[in-house]
Design a protein around this ligand. Structure first.
Ligand code: GRF
Length: 220
């Protein structure tokens, strides 16, 4: 069974979705550890309650980004994971760290990349007046919120939406597509070849890659 390590900084609801999928028998992975750079990350308690080993590495205790990343990598590598899963890990990662995990480091971002990398994605989507918003699971490259896309889920932006309502609609999709992407990896159906995502033939169909919500909303 493939081993994963999850990195968080806060609430940890995506991590929770991964744990729930595992517990439901839908995600055949060993969640070897959850690591946070913040001691008060609520997700640490959730992970501990699920009997998953947790670690806290305080980025403020290190002189610079490289020093922190190298300690972080040391901690991760003790678990020998097949995949490192960023789930709301609010740190910019150094090139060396990203290179070390090439092809086995994934992230979820709350927008349809390449639109809206960075912070405050929902507010920015509202300000731009986009009609469709969503989330993206992607392999990580040294550029922020960038990299080969594994799966995206789209949601409509409705009249009357505010940042909270739109964020909640996107988050529901995040909790579906992230376990799905990790499952594909765990089942050997997802690889990165020459910078391109390769999916098993049965997955590489539009129906498997686009959120059902989009169809249900009447937007095509
Ligand atoms: C999510 O919106 C995720 O897309 C982004 O950070 C947020 C983390 O939420 N990277 P949670 O900690 O998983 O609840």
């Amino acid at each position: 069974m493939k081993k994963i390590v999850i990195l968080i900084s806060g609430r940890g609801s995506n991590m929770e979705a991964l744990i729930a999928a595992r517990d439901a028998g839908n995600l055949p992975v060993n969640i070897a550890a959850v690591i946070s750079n913040r001691p008060d990350a609520a997700g640490l308690e959730t992970a501990a309650r699920a009997s998953i080993p947790t670690h806290f590495i305080n980025h403020k205790a290190f002189a610079g980004r490289e020093a922190f990343d190298s300690r972080l990598a040391q901690c991760i590598d003790e678990f020998e994971p097949d995949l490192v899963v960023l789930a709301g890990f609010m740190r910019i990662l150094s090139d060396g760290f990203v290179r070390h995990y090439a092809g086995r480091l994934i992230n979820i971002h709350p927008s349809l990349l390449p639109s809206f990398p960075g912070l405050h994605t929902h507010q920015r989507a509202l300000e731009e007046g986009v009609r469709i918003h969503g989330c993206t699971v992607h392999f990580v490259t040294p550029a922020l919120d960038h990299g080969p896309v594994i799966v995206q889920a789209a949601v409509p932006v409705l009249d009357g939406d505010d940042e909270a309502s739109l964020a909640a609609r996107v988050l529901r999709q995040e909790h579906l597509v992230y376990p799905q992407a990790v499952r594909w990896f765990a089942e050997g159906k997802l690889t990165l070849e020459n910078g391109r995502v390769r999916l098993a033939a049965e997955l590489a169909e539009p129906a498997a890659l686009v959120s059902p919500v989009l169809a249900a909303s009447g937007i095509r």
